[in-house]
Write a protein that binds this ligand. Structure first.
Ligand SMILES: [Zn+2]
Length: 261
């Protein structure tokens, strides 16, 4: 093996059987979970679904939590983490939860970051050029606002877990609790800068003017239109898939525990 290969591991992503994972999620989505697929809302059109989604209803006073993953088809840890959490019954009764477990299925078929026509959906939440994102945004607009949103991703450039927190009003937030929970199962990237952005013990706090940005990812859309507290969770692709899935699941669990309080 050449030295460069030793020094710079190249992530090619373990393909997963996305249908198998989504079947596991569908089987685990027993009441009070209900199906709430991301689909075209115009009644004049035939019902077309672009992504599976579920809502967990609650009879109790509750917070509203939104989870999504599978925007990038070469990041299998997110859908796997959702399957594990739902099978484990991790979701409390006092939270109303929406889950989109795979927003880019055609990317998973090709094990590629982009969708089937080569578009990175994480650039399209302002331009709305892809059917996947147009339909998803229309679905999101029909939902109430969320108390907290979590977008589950992987990053192949870092050796540890980190997160982005968008919290423009500086409300109480579980960022540090997420990091300490994840640290039990996965290394944290504690660099002073991550992807050239200042970071503090695995947390990037960032909220620029979204309207100065031409390309919005999902988290920017959510922070602009749907929530005061938005997280993007980044598991390190260089570590084994089981570790990445455990890291993302631990982060979600930390937030579910926090909303109980
Ligand atoms: Zn990603």
């Amino acid at each position: 093996m050449e030295e460069t290969q030793l020094n710079t591991p190249v992530y090619r992503g373990e393909p997963i059987d996305i249908h198998g994972v989504l079947d596991r999620i569908a089987r685990a989505a027993r009441p009070p979970w209900v199906q709430d697929n991301v689909s075209v809302s115009d009644e004049r059109l035939p019902q077309r679904t672009t992504a599976p989604a579920y809502r967990r209803t609650s009879r109790f006073p509750h917070k509203r939590v939104y989870l999504s993953t599978g925007v990038h088809g070469d990041e299998p840890a997110g859908p796997l983490a959702i399957a594990q959490l739902m099978e484990a019954g991790a979701f409390p009764d006092h939270a109303e939860v929406w889950v989109c477990p795979c927003l880019n299925q055609t990317g998973f078929y090709r094990n590629s970051k982009q969708n089937a026509v080569g578009v990175d959906l994480a650039t399209d939440y302002r331009k709305l050029e892809t059917e996947e994102v147009r339909t998803h945004v229309s679905w999101l607009k029909r939902k109430p606002n969320f108390d907290v949103t979590l977008c589950l991703h992987e990053d192949h450039t870092t050796k540890g877990f980190y997160l982005w927190e968008a919290n423009p009003d500086d409300i109480p937030s579980p960022g540090r609790r997420i990091i300490s929970r994840v640290a039990g199962v996965c290394p944290i990237d504690r660099s002073d800068t991550i992807n050239n952005v200042p970071a503090d013990n695995g947390i990037i706090r960032s909220y620029g003017n979204p309207y100065a940005q031409f390309e919005w990812n999902e988290a920017v859309f959510l922070a602009t239109h749907k929530t005061k507290l938005s997280y993007t969770l980044q598991a390190p692709s260089q570590l084994p898939l089981a570790v990445r899935a455990a890291a993302l699941a631990a982060a979600v669990q930390a937030v579910l525990d926090w909303v109980k309080e």
